[in-house]
Write a protein that binds this ligand. Structure first.
Ligand code: HEM
Length: 462
């Protein structure tokens, strides 16, 4: 593949976008196959694009003022899309992530303290232990044969979230069962975001296949068991000081109410999903990018070998893993784990001189914003050092939203920015990752951004 700017740069994979128009129903089929290549190429240059279906309209916004308006300035006028709620409800119930209004505000007041700055230090050893366990699991596979890496990054991040929330490593029976159920659910659940652009009427039953319902209820059953065990431990005064205890015992500072059992099950389900899928996707893409650009991998390995003492766990090490952080950040620019998210206009609006009717779907697309040709220098190139350039710095502030922004910004962003670079450094410190010829991953938007047939890399000891 030819790079931009005359040089020969081997660009990271990007699905070929569609040129020209498509009818609403051919969109349906295109989208079902692959939303990223079904969308038109002009979205990498446009400030806004309107998509019409017979039932509603969607507006994809790349204009930074519009992105700020929706996410930061008037979030209450752009609640989470009802269409997306329908898709995720079997798994997430009324949990944060899909809730709106007063319920969401209550949930956020209880959850935020569990992720406050100081608590990251407390969960850091859990992240470290999970990273070391991942290194241990890869050791027997590190003989140069192709390994599907998403599976391993998911295992690692699931382990982190289990340990951080419940002080239990994933090897325990219950954690392993939940991990398997989530994997089955991911395969059974089509892209939730499709609901916002598919030309289907709202009443049409979607996404709740038998398989989806079955895996969702299996996960919820396991979560219920964890919550009940923990409630007993809290009552007996022997609960560990982890995120689950914190969330289950923190009263809403405004109403004094703590989460009830059902609410707690919803919230835990959301943390498992939001807290591991995303970081796992980012890690897998980061490892792929390091395999493709070995000079960056060598730099990262050298940093990890110089800064990490495998026998001692220091939170302060994190501030020195600068290359790792830059690589992780750049990986999320090119492959944002949540490639799109959707809001709904609660009232009539005007966007860039166009009338946007109440009920319209407003699509924010990190995938397009992060590769916007009028914002970023060399948007499709992998260059972790770009964030030190004036263009990179400016775009980081205004055109980089892997964690969203504003009131509904991801509460786990600081957690993920420790977890991701730490695990990346521990893995690259131990192993060399190489591409597998003929197996370039194709990005597709599932619940998170994944490789169509996984991401395959060859691993060898370093
Ligand atoms: C690289 C890792 C991660 C990425 C890229 C990411 C991205 C996001 C994004 C984009 C949203 C907003 C979605 C929307 O507005 O529709 C979000 C929300 C959320 N994330 Fe994350 N996330 C990550 C890791 C985590 C972790 C580690 C946790 C918890 C431990 C977490 C918990 C949540 C929760 C609870 C919400 C819902 C917040 C709300 O609705 O107010 N995330 N995340």
């Amino acid at each position: 593949m030819d790079g931009s700017g005359g040089g020969h740069v081997h660009l990271p994979p990007k699905p070929e976008a569609r040129n020209g128009r498509a009818s609403a129903w051919s969109y349906y089929h295109l989208f079902k196959r692959d939303i990223l290549s079904a969308l038109p190429a002009r979205l990498y240059r446009a400030w806004m694009a309107e998509m019409r279906t017979p039932f509603f309209r969607s507006y994809l916004c790349n204009d930074r003022e519009l992105v700020d308006l929706v996410l930061k300035d008037r979030p209450r006028d752009f609640p989470k899309s009802e269409r997306i709620r329908v898709g995720l409800k079997p798994l997430l119930g009324e949990a944060i992530f899909i809730s709106n209004g007063a319920l969401w505000e209550h949930q956020r007041r209880v959850i935020d303290p569990a992720f406050a700055g100081g608590r990251l230090r407390t969960v850091f050893p859990a992240m470290w232990d999970s990273g070391m366990a991942a290194v241990g699991r890869l050791k027997p596979l590190a003989d140069g044969r192709p390994v599907e890496i998403e599976e391993h990054s998911s295992h690692a991040t699931m382990d982190v979230i289990f340990r951080a929330m419940f002080s239990v490593p994933i090897d325990s029976e219950i954690a392993q069962a939940a991990f398997n159920a989530f994997r089955a659910h991911q395969t059974a659940q089509p892209v939730a975001n499709l609901a916002a652009v598919l030309p289907l009427p709202k009443w049409m039953p979607r996404y709740h296949s038998k398989q989806t319902r079955r895996t969702a209820s299996a996960i919820r059953g396991l979560v219920a068991q964890l919550v009940d065990d923990r409630a007993r431990a809290i009552a007996a005064g022997r609960a560990p000081d982890d995120i689950a205890t914190k969330i289950m015992t923190t009263p809403d500072p405004e109403t004094g109410r703590v989460f009830e059992r059902g609410e707690m099950i919803d919230q835990i389900a959301v943390f498992f999903l939001a807290g591991h899928e995303t970081t796992a996707a980012a890690l897998a893409w980061a490892l792929f990018l390091l395999a493709r650009y070995p000079e960056w991998q060598d730099r990262l390995a050298a940093e990890a070998q110089a800064e990490i003492d495998p026998d001692k766990i220091y939170f302060s090490t994190m501030s020195r893993l600068k290359t790792s952080r830059a690589v992780f950040r750049e990986a999320m620019r090119l492959y944002p784990p949540v490639p799109m998210f959707v809001r709904e206009a609660a009232r009539d609006e005007e966007f860039r001189g166009r009338r946007v009717r109440r009920g319209s779907q407003v699509v924010l697309s990190p995938w397009h914003l992060h590769r916007h040709e009028r914002l970023w220098d060399r948007p499709d190139e992998f260059d972790p050092s770009r964030f030190e350039t004036p263009n990179g710095k400016a775009c980081l502030r205004s055109a980089y939203i892997p964690f969203s922004a504003g009131a509904r910004v991801c509460p786990g962003s600081a957690f993920a920015m420790i977890e991701g670079p730490l695990i990346l450094s521990l893995l690259v410190r131990a192993f060399r990752f190489d591409e597998v010829p003929g197996r370039e991953p194709v990005p597709v938007a599932h619940l998170t951004l994944r490789g169509r047939d996984g991401i395959h890399l060859a691993i060898r000891p370093r």
